[in-house]
Ligand binder design. Structure first.
Ligand SMILES: [Zn+2]
Ligand SMILES: [Zn+2]
Length: 359
């Protein structure tokens, strides 16, 4: 009979302050729950939102943040005993699976969804207690054959899969023009996924280093848009599209910068029949001529996380090497969590940090 696990973690006690180490006993999992030993946990801008930007988690403080989790199931509830010992990726958004919205394939807006590090304690910890439904199991042989390790797969929890859902939802097709506004984090994975779909990918950013990395991994063309007007950028893209005999309609535009300037730019790139995927998040507002959607017979669509059903396909892309995660992540000991958060906040970290528990 297994005993409750004593979990070590880093928790947010009050907004704006450094995370503090703590120890907490994790109750034994219920019939539909598991306890996962964390192999790695990514840090996302949403975590920074809770700490610095007044975004309120649904769970009271103190709270352990972190929703990009990969690890090994240490304890499994009665209904999921087959998961014990399995390596898994934890979806950032875990829908209940049984409500009307979930049955209608809209688990992203399930009212009973669990978001680790917001609804329950998250992955900046040695262990997490989470619902078992929707966990993505990782085939050990495929993992061994691949160039990644389990900890690297933490970024599938949110960054890689969110890009995937936005791309699938936009109905990206072979030979489409796919434009990413923002080439870091989610954008850098989106570029590779879109490329694996056979699209012609253009990446826009204000950081040369990020653009160079995207050019190496999936982007056919990159433009540094710093200090450029949307009109000039649009003209440059149109010129490039014409020169290369690419489609000049139905562009798939993904706003992955989560910045007001990026959103304004993304909207200005609409073509006839375009789809604008709004993936990044900002508290700021932008001024746009909404009627362009009407005039261009175009659509704008949001996306919240990724449905668990898509995770195996994304995992395949990563394990087969079609989408690389290693060049885009930086492993750090979890004891450096506050340094990593600081580095993300002041933009001195250009790679996505994955925290490795070192308690
Ligand atoms: Zn996130
Ligand atoms: Zn539901």
């Amino acid at each position: 009979m297994s005993e409750p696990i004593s979990c070590q973690c880093w928790e947010l006690r009050s907004p704006g302050e450094a995370l503090e180490p703590a120890t907490r006993e994790i109750p034994l999992p219920g019939a539909d729950q598991v306890v996962v030993e964390v192999a790695g946990c990514g840090i996302c801008h949403t975590d920074l939102g809770y700490i610095f930007d007044g975004v309120k988690p649904r769970h009271d403080l103190p709270l352990t943040l972190g929703h990009e989790i990969a690890g090994v199931v240490k304890q499994a509830g009665a209904n999921y005993s087959d998961l014990a010992g399995k390596s898994v990726v934890v979806p950032a958004v875990i829908p209940c699976g049984s409500c009307e919205l979930c049955k209608d394939d809209r688990g992203g807006i399930c009212k009973s969804q669990i978001f680790p590090g917001c609804d329950v304690h998250g992955g900046f910890a040695s262990h997490v207690l989470i619902p078992a439904a929707g966990l993505c199991t990782v085939d050990e042989d495929a993992l061994t054959r691949s160039e990644v390790e389990l900890a690297d797969l933490a970024v599938l929890g949110d960054a890689v899969t969110t890009a995937y859902q936005a791309i699938v939802r936009s109905e990206l097709r072979e030979d489409d023009v796919a434009i990413f506004v923002g080439a870091g984090g989610v954008g850098s994975f989106g570029v590779q996924i879109a490329s694996s779909f056979g699209a012609h990918v253009i990446a826009l950013d204000i950081d040369d280093e990020r653009l160079a990395r995207c050019a190496e991994y999936g982007a056919h063309h990159t433009i540094n848009v710093r200090d450029q007007e949307p009109k000039a950028i649009r003209k440059a893209i149109r010129g490039y599209v014409k020169e290369n005999s690419l489609r000049d309609t139905r562009w798939k535009i993904y706003e992955t910068s989560g910045a007001a300037a990026g959103q304004t730019l993304a909207f200005s790139l609409l073509t006839y029949g375009a789809v604008l995927g709004v993936v990044g998040y900002t508290m700021e507002s932008v001024k746009v001529r909404l009627s362009n959607l009407m005039a261009f017979d175009a659509q704008a669509q949001g996306t919240w996380g990724c449905l668990p059903k898509h995770y195996p396909a994304v995992l395949d892309l990563v394990l087969s090497g079609k989408v690389k995660v290693k060049p885009f992540v930086q492993r750090m000991p979890m004891s450096k969590v506050n340094d990593a958060i600081g580095g993300l906040k002041d933009h001195t970290l250009s790679l996505r940090p994955v925290l490795i528990p070192d308690f």
